[in-house]
Write a new protein. Sequence first.
Length: 450
Amino acid sequence: MSAQSGRVKDAAASLSSDEASKTAEAKRTDAKDAAQLYEEADNYAQKKFDDFEKRHMPFDARLADKIKQEQRDLAARYAVVLAARKPQGKDLYYLGMLYNLARNYDAAYEMMRRFLTENSNATGEPAQNARAVIVIQAAKKDLLPEAESRLAEYAKNQPQVAEDRYNLESWMVTDYFKAKDYARAQPHAREMFNTAKLVAKAKDPFERDKMLSEAATLLSEADLKLKKKDEAVAVAQELRQLALTLPSGNLYKLALRRLLAIAPDIDLFKSFNDVAAAAPALRDIVADEWIDQAPVKLANLRGRVVLLDFWATWCGPCRVTFPRLQKWHESYKDKGLVILGVTNFFGHAEGKQLTQPQEVAYLRDFKKRFHILYGFAVADSSENDRNYAVSSIPTSFLIDRRGVVRFISIGSSDEEAAMLNKMIKKLIEEPAEKSGPATTGSGDAETKSP
């Protein structure tokens, strides 16, 4: 009996300890004001992630999902605590944010409506966040007049987060399309496109391209629904020109796909014939090894027409393009054309693992076998691919004598080759700038020993 009695005492002590811990936690929670409750819940996941990184602990997507769920659960508990206090004023905002964080969206919507109604003079971030929550939830509920009104308020006030504005406009476009009200969808789609252009420089290249393409597609589709085909084509052309300016091979591909979907019979060469305006300086090609090519910066090639060809030895379509590239090299090298192959170290070739020196030797032999006389830049990273947003190969960027990208060619089809050939001829015939010939900083590929 004494042993059993001891176990009962231990269990009672453990229970007492748990209750004491819960009581202490409840007191700590009660001591926090509304802002502190929200801040703690809002920062929960990031603090956990930072701690894992600091301690160099293993981390995966499943653990990330678990932590995010813990964050939502914490927000839900704190929302119950704050709601029991019967909040007023700005505390209503923090309760709405806790509901939103906990994904209790209906409660968040109602709380933000109440916050703005009872605090008509609310300004700054709380008011803007409240409006954003209402826009999204009202749009979900097909309450478009309310969503429209709150979005108009958001647009007139500060602060504004461009990416948030993009998402709010997207919700409006989606719902107006669902309602087949294309006249109201069109200005929101235009605002999406304008906002995407504003945030373009700060985004990951492929995320940026997705935003721009999505907005341009919705805008051009709204124009088509409104029987404004010329405007729809103009949007696709604007997207294509933007792809040249960035430059982005990926966005160019998306823009061209959209243009051909709208106007399948368009004369592409004629539509690309405009002389491009000056563009920002291009990113220099990063190379850990130059093969049959002295290291060169694009600025030093001003006055020349430059063709950057992104390729890889394992790429079948790339090999199809080699005879064409070689022909252009031989035909136009004395008229100002410089072709530069851009590829990466992959650590293998033809089924064999290769060290970097072995891969350099392989590339030199590859050039001989395929009779390639222009030089290569070889990078040990994907930096060039990211800088030029190359999502498939072969992709070529044609740069005029002023250093402006005028054409992007993707793939190895005969149609692509014909278009690129026309553009090369066109740019070769354009006069160089009056400032005089640029120094190339490169040797003649044919005269350098391999």
